[in-house]
Design a protein around this ligand. Structure first.
Ligand SMILES: Nc1ncnc2c1ncn2[C@@H]1O[C@H](COP(=O)(O)OP(=O)(O)OP(=O)(O)O)[C@@H](O)[C@H]1O
Length: 566
C-alpha cells in the first residue's frame, strides 16, 4: 500500500509555533499593536503601585500639597490603567479570533479536500473532533486565558524591575527565596502536562468516535442483542477517559504548592522590610510598595502558573490541529499541495491505466497489473462478483485513489498531477451512496464547476427524463434538502443529473441506478447513452440489461477485457 499519513493518537508537539506561523503572517500589524497596548497597560499597572508608595511617603512627611498632587496623579493612573487594560484585552482577543477564523477555514477546506484514502483511514468522529473540539478549545483559550497570561507575565517582569530600582538587596532576597522552588514546581508540572492533556484529548476522541459510528447502527445493535457488548466497549473507552482526567487533575494539583510558597515569602518579606525601615534603609512608602508589589507578583505568578495548564492544553490542541492539516497534504498557503492545472487538458481525451496495482492495508492486492484504455464515446461495463474490486477500479479511474503501482492518465496527464478542480471537470464518479448537502434541490444540482444556470439545469433534467419527477416535488427545484432527504434512488437521480451537468469527458457510474426501479433505470441509461455523444461511460453493474448495453466488458477480479454484443 502506498504511504498514507495516518494521524497518531499523540500529536507531534515539536516546533508547534513555527508550524503555526503561516496563519499569523497576515496579522503582523494587529499583533504588534496588541503587544504595544499590552506593554503600555502593564507598565501603567505597575506605575499605580509606585504612585501609592509616593502618596504614603507624602502623608508620612506631612506634606499636604504634595499629598493632594500625588493623590490626583494616582487617580489618573488608576483610570488610565483601567482603560488601557480593557483596550489591550479587547485587541488581543480580536486578533486571536481572527487568526483562529483563518485556521478554522483552512483546516475545514483541508479535510474537505483530503484524499479519499486519508478520510477512509480515520474514524469519522476523530476528524470531526479534531476540527471542532480542538478549535473550540483554542477559541476559549484565546478569548479568556491568553489575555490573563500576557497581562500576568508583563506585570510580573515590570514589577520586578521596579522593585530592583527601589532596593536591589530586598529584591534579590525575594527572588532567591521564591524563584528556585517556584521554577521547580512549574517544571514538574510542565513535564507531566503535555502527556496528561494529550491523553485526555485522545480519550475524548475515542468516546466521540465510538458514539458517532454506533449511532447509525443502533437498530442492528439492538436487534442482534449486541448492546451489552457495545456498552462494554464504550465502558472501556469511558474508563480510559476517567483515568486520563484523573491524571490531568493530579498534574494540575502540583501547582497548589505555589500557594504555600507564596505565604512563606510574604511573611519573610514583611520581617525584612520592617528591619530595613528600622535601620533607616527604606522609607515607609517604599516598604508599602514592596509588600503590595510582592503580594501582587506572587499572586500573578500563581495565576500565570495556573494558566500554564490551559496554555499547555492549548498547545496540544494546536499540535493536533496542525497534524491534521499536515496529514491531509494541504499546504499552509491554502489548497492541496502538488496540484497542477495543466494547460490544454483536452475536453475529450483517453483515460489510460497502465500496469495499475492497488492494495488496501497489508493484504493481497485488490487490483493487480491492470492495463486498460477508455476512449471518448466508449461504453465500458465493469462486472464481477461481490467484493471483486469493481468499486475500487471505479475510484482508481476517477482519481479518487492514486494507484500503488502503475499510472492512470487522462489526455496524457497523470491524474495525481491534476488539481481537484481540473480532474472533476473531466472525470466524475457517481457512487451508489449519494449524500446531499443542506440547501435546495437546485443548489445541489448546480454544485459543479461553472455553476450552470436554471436553463441548463432544466435542459439536462429534460434530457434525462427527470422534469416530471422534479415538478412533483413540493417546491420543485426550490425544495429544501438535507444530507439524507429523498429516497436512495432519488438521491442517485440527483447525482446523475449533477454529473451530466458537469459535462465530464468520462462518467463513472458505480451501481448508480441500483436504487431506482427497472423502468427508471432503463430510461436514465437510454438518456445517458443519447446524451453521451463523445463522452466515455464506465458503468459498474450487476443488471444483465446494463451489461448488454456495453461496448466492452471488464471482468473483475481477473481484469480481462472482452467485447459484448450490442
Ligand atoms: N476502504 C476499504 N478498506 C479496506 N478494504 C476495502 C475497502 N474498500 C473495499 N475493500 C475491500 O476490497 C475488496 C474489493 O472491494 P470493492 O468495493 O472494490 O468490491 P466490489 O466488487 O465493488 O464489491 P460490491 O459488488 O459488493 O460493490 C473487498 O474485499 C473489500 O472488502
Amino acid at each position: 500500500m502506498a504511504d498514507q499519513p495516518v494521524l497518531g493518537e499523540l500529536p507531534d508537539q515539536r516546533a508547534v509555533f513555527r508550524r503555526a506561523a503561516p496563519w499569523l503572517r497576515g496579522h503582523r500589524v494587529a499583533l504588534a499593536a496588541a503587544v504595544v497596548l499590552n506593554l503600555a497597560g502593564a507598565a501603567l499597572a505597575v506605575g499605580v503601585t509606585a504612585a501609592i508608595g509616593r502618596v504614603v511617603d507624602a502623608a508620612d512627611d506631612g506634606d499636604r500639597e504634595a499629598l493632594v498632587g500625588r493623590v490626583l496623579l494616582l487617580l489618573v493612573a488608576v483610570a488610565a490603567t483601567g482603560v488601557l487594560t480593557w483596550a489591550s484585552r479587547y485587541w488581543l482577543i480580536r486578533v486571536g479570533e481572527r487568526v483562529l477564523a483563518g485556521l478554522r477555514e483552512h483546516a475545514t477546506a483541508a479535510v474537505g479536500g483530503a484524499p479519499l484514502r486519508f478520510v477512509e483511514a480515520h474514524r469519522g468522529g476523530e476528524l470531526l473532533r479534531r476540527l471542532t473540539g480542538e478549535l473550540d478549545g483554542l477559541a476559549r483559550f484565546a478569548g479568556g486565558t491568553l489575555p490573563d497570561l500576557v497581562a500576568a507575565a508583563l506585570v510580573l517582569v515590570f514589577t520586578v524591575v521596579m522593585l530592583a530600582l527601589y532596593s536591589w538587596p530586598l529584591t534579590l532576597a525575594l527572588l532567591i527565596g521564591f524563584l528556585p522552588p517556584a521554577v521547580l514546581i512549574v517544571r514538574r508540572f510542565q513535564r507531566r502536562a503535555g502527556d496528561a492533556y494529550a491523553g485526555v484529548a485522545a480519550a475524548e476522541t475515542a468516546v466521540a468516535a465510538r458514539f458517532a459510528e454506533s449511532l447509525p447502527a443502533r437498530e442492528q445493535l439492538r436487534i442482534s442483542g449486541a448492546v451489552p457488548r457495545w456498552l462494554k466497549r464504550f465502558r472501556a473507552d469511558n474508563d480510559r477517559l476517567r483515568a486520563a482526567r484523573e491524571r490531568e487533575v493530579v498534574t494540575e494539583l502540583t501547582l497548589n504548592l505555589l500557594t504555600l510558597l507564596q505565604a512563606g515569602c510574604v511573611a519573610g518579606l514583611l520581617v525584612l522590610s520592617a528591619l530595613f525601615v528600622g535601620y533607616g534603609r527604606l522609607s515607609v512608602g517604599v516598604a508599602v510598595v514592596f509588600v503590595l508589589a510582592t503580594r501582587d507578583i506572587l499572586g500573578r505568578f500563581e495565576d500565570l502558573a495556573a494558566s500554564l495548564g490551559e496554555a499547555r492544553s492549548a498547545h496540544v490542541r494546536l499540535a493536533r490541529l496542525l497534524d491534521l492539516v499536515r496529514a491531509t497534504g494541504a499546504s499552509p498557503a491554502g489548497g492541496v499541495a502538488g496540484g497542477v492545472d495543466p494547460v490544454g487538458l483536452p475536453a475529450r481525451g483517453r483515460l489510460v491505466l497502465t500496469g495499475v496495482g492497488f492494495t488496501y492495508g497489508p493484504g493481497a492486492p485488490v487490483v493487480d497489473g491492470l492495463s486498460l484504455t477508455v476512449a471518448p464515446g466508449e461504453r465500458l461495463v465493469v462486472v464481477g462478483p461481490t467484493g471483486a474490486g469493481k468499486s475500487t477500479v471505479g475510484k482508481l479511474l476517477a482519481g479518487l485513489y492514486p494507484p500503488d503501482r502503475g499510472t492512470v492518465t487522462y489526455g496524457g496527464h497523470e491524474l495525481t498531477a491534476l488539481t481537484a478542480r481540473s480532474l472533476r471537470s473531466r472525470i466524475v464518479l457517481v457512487p451508489q451512496e449519494v449524500t446531499l448537502v443542506a440547501g435546495t434541490l437546485g443548489e445541489n444540482l448546480a454544485m459543479v464547476a461553472g455553476r450552470p444556470g436554471p436553463d441548463r439545469v432544466a435542459e439536462v433534467l429534460d434530457t434525462l427524463g427527470l422534469s416530471g419527477w422534479v415538478a412533483s416535488l413540493p417546491g420543485g427545484l426550490g425544495t429544501p434538502l438535507e444530507a439524507d432527504s429523498l429516497s436512495t434512488g432519488e438521491r442517485q437521480l440527483v447525482a446523475i443529473a449533477r454529473a451530466v451537468l458537469a459535462d465530464p469527458a468520462v462518467l463513472v457510474l458505480d451501481e448508480a441506478t441500483a436504487g431506482v426501479d427497472r423502468e427508471t433505470a432503463a430510461r436514465i441509461e437510454d438518456a445517458l447513452s443519447a446524451a453521451a455523444g463523445d463522452r466515455a461511460l464506465v458503468v459498474i453493474a450487476h443488471r444483465a440489461e446494463t451489461v448488454a448495453r456495453g461496448h466492452r466488458v471488464l471482468t473483475m477480479p481477473e481484469g480481462t477485457v472482452g467485447g459484448v454484443r450490442r
